[in-house]
Design a protein around this ligand. Structure first.
Ligand SMILES: Cc1ncc(COP(=O)(O)O)c(C=O)c1O
Length: 443
């Protein structure tokens, strides 16, 4: 018999599971969720600001009025009234779309899975920002694709770097299938793609025959209330757009969507049915009722105000407590700040010390498939209160100081230096604001 004493099925698993590894930091997160630890790690929306009583009354009415539909199997594409409302939401970002081209999914995470499943064979390349959303990278790895990271700066993805990457892949004989981008209030980088670059990147991808996968869960969470025109708004044929109710309403409902060109939409419905039969009807109807009967735009405004206050608390505390040589992005919306520690610090190695000091973050390497991000980390300001954020950042400042002291005493052996190759992977000037002027980029 093959296998080992811990897992007798080792020899039986499919090859695609080799990329599925439990993160070394997962165990620490169990500790990080203790109340005494300030977690700047998770991307959880602050649901306390939802009108929970009214939602409870709506749920009761949904069951008593339409329970036999809400609790039944449903369509693999999702219910039509919700798809119509989704089109109205997307129109806020300049998108003109038909409900027929929308597919409702179990969160946008499932949409990422379905799109990758229908486009990518093992070995195909997906271009993605450097850094990129960790959940998307897990999906790409599960389908055995190769991710090529593309540099960003304070205006998001750099078009010339996209062109170079495409040319590089062509020279190596690799097939590029998708360009995956989070244009608004990026997770984890916190930056937003400029309007000029949106047009340019769409053009580059169209010319190269590469579909753009535009992932936009945070687009309505801009702190000034303004929305950015979606890439999809100007390129209906080559952009697959993903949206979600997780950040603007509630992630527990697990409802997201894909807007895709017609032919792709047909395949997505088949893939959705194969994966889940249908997205949860009850949750879709609940969201549809919420959108129809609540002032959901005011609710989003309340979210925006809460997050703006927390962003300010975090930026203020970073200015006060971070040592020289630390840099960070200044997000105009969303949940995240991307921080670059002073040269030579390894944020993965430092995490146990941080958790011991009762503060948690996500080390930068989680957001790359190629080992970059060693001196960086993602800090979330969405969940803890402003006071807790300030205290968490104060603790983090002490941890970085202590780590630098150890480094100064024992040298840098075993500590990863910055491995940036450009863009905000290595803290480009202009993206970052630090306690001192950011030094020129390393590459
Ligand atoms: C960029 C990005 N895409 C997709 C998701 C997944 O969201 P959902 O809850 O809709 O599955 C997240 C969640 O954090 C995200 O940040």
């Amino acid at each position: 018999m093959t296998g080992n004493s811990l897992d007798p099925y080792v020899a039986a698993y499919a090859r695609r599971t080799t990329g599925m590894r439990a993160s070394a930091i997962r165990a620490l997160f169990a500790v990080a969720s203790r109340p005494e630890v300030v977690s700047l790690a998770g991307g959880m929306p602050y649901l306390q600001s939802l009108p929970l009583r009214e939602i409870a009354a709506q749920v009761e009415r949904l069951i008593s009025d339409e329970g036999s539909v809400a609790l039944q199997y449903g369509s693999g594409q999702g219910i039509e009234p919700l798809r119509e409302q989704i089109c109205e939401i997307m129109s806020l970002e300049g998108i003109v779309a038909e409900p027929d081209d929308v597919v409702v999914t179990v969160g946008s995470q499932m949409a990422l899975d379905l799109v990758t499943k229908i486009f990518c064979d093992p070995g195909d390349v997906i271009l993605a920002e450097a850094p990129s959303y960790v959940g998307a990278l897990s999906v790409f790895s599960a389908y055995q694709t190769e991710v090529v990271h593309i540099a960003m700066d304070d205006s998001g993805l750099i078009p010339e770097a996209v062109e170079e990457a495409i040319a590089g892949c062509a020279a190596r004989g690799q097939r590029v299938k998708l360009l995956y981008t989070i244009p608004n209030f990026h997770n984890p980088a916190g930056v937003t793609l400029s309007a000029e670059r949106r047009a340019r990147i769409a053009e580059i991808c169209r010319a190269a025959g590469i579909a753009v996968l535009e992932d936009n869960p945070y687009g309505l969470l801009g702190f000034d209330g303004a929305t950015h025109r979606a890439i999809r708004a100007d390129d209906a044929d080559n952009v697959i757009y993903l949206g979600s109710f997780s950040k603007t309403f509630a992630p527990g409902l697990r409802i997201g969507w894909v807007l895709a060109p017609h032919a792709v939409r047909e395949k997505l419905v088949l893939a959705n049915e194969a994966a889940t039969l249908n997205p949860p009807v009850f949750n879709q109807m609940m969201i549809s009722r919420y959108l129809a009967s609540f002032d959901w735009k005011s609710q989003i405004k309340a979210y925006r105000q809460t997050y703006a206050e927390r962003r300010d608390a975090m930026l203020g505390a970073l200015s006060t407590h971070m040592p020289d040589g630390t840099h960070w992005t200044v997000p105009q919306g969303g949940f995240y700040v991307w921080l670059t520690a002073p040269p030579g610090l390894d944020t993965s190695a430092m995490l146990p010390r941080a958790v011991t000091a009762r503060v948690a973050y996500v080390p930068g390497t989680a957001f790359f498939t190629d080992g970059q991000g060693g001196s960086q980390m993602r800090l979330s300001f969405c969940f803890p209160t402003p006071d807790r954020i300030v205290e968490g950042v104060r603790r983090l400042g002490s941890v970085i100081d202590a780590e630098r002291e150890v480094r100064a005493t024992f040298g840098s052996d075993g500590m990863a230096g910055p491995r940036a190759t450009g863009g905000i992977a290595g803290a480009t000037p202009g993206v970052v604001a630090g306690v001192d002027a950011p030094s020129p980029n390393t590459a």
